[in-house]
Design a protein around this ligand. Sequence first.
Ligand code: FES
Ligand code: FES
Length: 212
Amino acid sequence: MADDKSHPPDRTSGVTRRGLIKGIATAVTAASAGATALLVETRHELEAANPSGPMPVSIAVNGVARTGSFEPRTTLAEALRDSWGLTGTKVGCDRGACGACTVLLDGLAVNSCLMLVHDADGRKVTTVEGLGSPEAMAPIQKAFVEADALQCGFCTPGMVVSCAGLLAKNPSPSAYDVKEAVAGNLCRCGTYTGVFAACEAAAQGKPEVTRG
Ligand code: FES
Ligand code: FES
């Protein structure tokens, strides 16, 4: 039967429309499978280059060698608190906004919630426990007690560590220096006046507790 000119035949150069669609579908499926294989291969390569499993860490914390095996996502704050029991370091915001987690890293005040524990590998960390103990407080700790520079106390370890870091580098800080040193430490109880007084007293060698 002759072709009906108003309904063109379902053929183009010997390829049927159904065959063409099947061919495209097959090609797309093959390409998709190829892309998936490539992604899997790439992921394996990435995982091999950047393993997600626990990796060893060794840090001198308060003068004591601390070791452990941590997943790459572990923060220094988590390692200090959860693995090594140094709960003097507080976690308030867990995002670098409050300073409650402040520790000294090679003498520099840092937010331990923002630092991965592996980035501290081989370095020296000082927490509030490393400054002194209740029986043998550091001058800055005594000064905080003397100045009554705390209320709920949650921010206090971070405040004390920031002040200790300042005094270690600058034994005679100005009032501005003190305010700048604790600028990243937030206190919802509003103890700033006491904190400034404590830091200045410690710098002047007057941290002794005289009450009681
Ligand atoms: S807990 Fe680290 S800055 Fe707030
Ligand atoms: S003493 Fe309560 S947050 Fe500072």
